[in-house]
Design a protein around this ligand. Structure first.
Ligand SMILES: *Cc1c(COP(=O)(O)O)cnc(C)c1O
Length: 358
């Protein structure tokens, strides 16, 4: 029943986002949202901006880009903004990658990348991560049409040292290296400081996670003016106003309130560290995470059983039926209270499953 569909999309399998439940209230640890609300200044700014909704927004998002440029020590022309970083990534795939040249990304990574690649008819190769989900940097050097990977990686939470990002940029002079830093504020080193020296390096970030603004849809890219101009070219051939007035005003206020950002980010990091230890004591295996989620597996109880058991107990986490990771759960770091509830529910699920197996 795909009559009238263009041949380009007939075989598309779109990305499936994590569930946003309606009706029953769950403890939501499934889509890496921030457990804390945005800065109060964000709401004030959005209220003020709502007075002007009759008028189109600034197509250049000038004030927001200037604030981001100031924060990262760049020029306005080195900053691009979009309607969530998913949109920025989609535009980047179109701007920098060509059909006929193979792009590379890890086998265990953000599952939107293969979707974008297929949408634009790009060939890609999924490079296997090592045993402990580390990135084999050498495998991303040599002939390719572009490299994309998140740092920290999702859903593993593992961070790549900055020196490795530098090697990726330097070792691929003929292609764009795109570092998706959706979670970088929770503990990895940002590659922003490298963009001046590496004209092929594009860093993509988002206000959805560390700025508590998943609902506002603001993402951005930082890189050489030439790369930003390419993104502008695609954007202006597609939608002149991807960020509405509320999004521009709210994101600007969030970027400017550095103290609030520091405070909430530090709280999440502290919670993550505490519960990493607690989950290990409960028998879970997990690598240290540099993100706002933990990627956990249990040697005795299948992840799918835990997923279902948690859901029955009112807690949502994320699970993928995919090679290498189907026995893992990705658990967002919530508040201390939410994480305590998670641990209690996991204890119950573990004993129920182990009893049943006995
Ligand atoms: C959440 C996420 C994004 C996208 O976030 P937006 O809400 O679209 O800004 C991009 N990359 C990774 C790896 C993510 O986990």
């Amino acid at each position: 029943m795909k009559e009238y569909w263009s041949t380009r999309i007939r075989d598309m399998v779109p990305y499936t986002p994590g569930e946003q439940p309606k009706g029953r209230t769950f403890i939501k640890l499934n889509t890496n949202e921030n457990p804390y609300p945005p800065s109060p200044k964000v709401l004030e700014a959005i209220q003020a901006a709502a007075g002007d909704l009759r008028l189109y927004p600034d197509p250049e998002s000038t004030a927001l880009r200037d604030a981001l440029a100031e924060l990262y020590g760049l020029k306005r022309g080195q900053v691009f903004v979009g309607n969530g970083s998913d949109e920025v990534l989609a535009l980047a795939f179109q701007a920098f990658f060509d059909p006929g040249r193979t792009i590379l990304f890890p086998d265990v990574t953000y599952s939107f990348y293969p979707v974008f690649a297929k949408l634009y008819g790009l060939s890609f190769r999924e490079v296997p991560l090592n045993e402990r989900f580390g990135v084999p940097v050498e495998e991303f050097l040599g002939e390719n049409g572009g490299v994309i990977l998140p740092n920290p990686n999702a859903p593993t939470g593992r961070a790549l040292p900055l020196e490795d990002v530098r090697r990726l940029a330097e070792g691929n002079p003929g292609a764009v290296v795109l570092i998706d830093e959706a979670y970088v504020d929770f503990g990895a080193d940002s590659a922003v400081g490298l963009v001046e020296r590496h004209p092929n390096l594009l860093v993509v970030q988002t206000c959805s996670k560390s700025r508590s603004l998943a609902g506002l849809r603001v993402g951005f890219a930082l890189g050489h003016e030439n790369l930003i101009a390419a993104l502008e070219c695609v954007k202006n051939s597609f939608n002149s106003y991807p960020l509405d007035r509320l999004a521009q005003a709210g994101a600007l206020a969030a970027i400017q309130d550095r103290a609030y950002f520091q405070e909430t980010t530090q709280k999440i990091i502290a919670t993550r560290e505490r519960f990493t230890g607690q989950l290990r004591e409960m028998g879970f295996q997990l690598e240290d995470s540099a993100a706002n989620f933990l990627f956990i597996t249990h040697p005795k109880v299948p992840a799918k059983a835990l997923l279902d058991g948690l859901r029955e107990r009112g807690i949502l986490v994320r699970w993928w039926d995919k090679p290498r990771i189907s026995n893992h759960l990705r658990v967002t770091v919530g508040t201390d209270g939410e994480m305590e509830a998670l641990c209690r529910a996991l204890e119950e699920c573990l004993s129920a499953e182990l009893m049943a197996a006995f």
